[in-house]
Design a protein around this ligand. Sequence first.
Ligand SMILES: [Zn+2]
Length: 218
Amino acid sequence: MVQSVCTSLDDSVQEPESIYASAEAHLLKATASELEALRQEDGCDIKYSTPTFPRACLALMYSIPGNDKCVDCGCPDPSWASISYGTLLCLNCSGRHRGLGVKLSKVRSIYMDDWSHESIMCMLEGGNGQLAKFFGRHQLLESSDSDSDGSTFDASKSRTRKKLSELTCMRYKTKAALFYRDNLRDHVARLMAAGPYQGRQISRSPKTRVTHRIQSPK
Ligand SMILES: [Zn+2]
């Protein structure tokens, strides 16, 4: 009943909640459209990638919890990415990830590198908060680096940004990190085969058990 009333009104008198939901749905629709444009190019056997991160995809990615700061050091406004984990990094930490090698972490610049459909999907299905929670469950996150619920990670609170802890530097070499990388890759492949992108909420439905495993490993 409430919904039918809202849809009959002008945008100017919509309830705040419905305006928010409408904006979110619009962003998701625009994101799916941008991704499908890349998929169509892929279908022509052209290894297509876009020279700039698509605008709606970019907005959606930065809205993911934890993506407002570097996943390793907590530096604000990260503009580098590790596709392997779908996480955002600052410039300094991106250099450290390059040092790990592409098998452990594939690094891209959000604004200076080309982006493929698959790589963007990794970023939309990853997220700094999600990885921080995962590392927390595997004792790969210092207690001082997380809030009480383990949902955030800010290493800058406990030490200088230049000197990350040994744990932060080594955790990407663990079996847990390998598990996460493999499952994110497989999850994205399943989603890409399933059709147009429908957002994280849909992708985490019981039918997509791969991401469920990422969120709830043994
Ligand atoms: Zn950093």
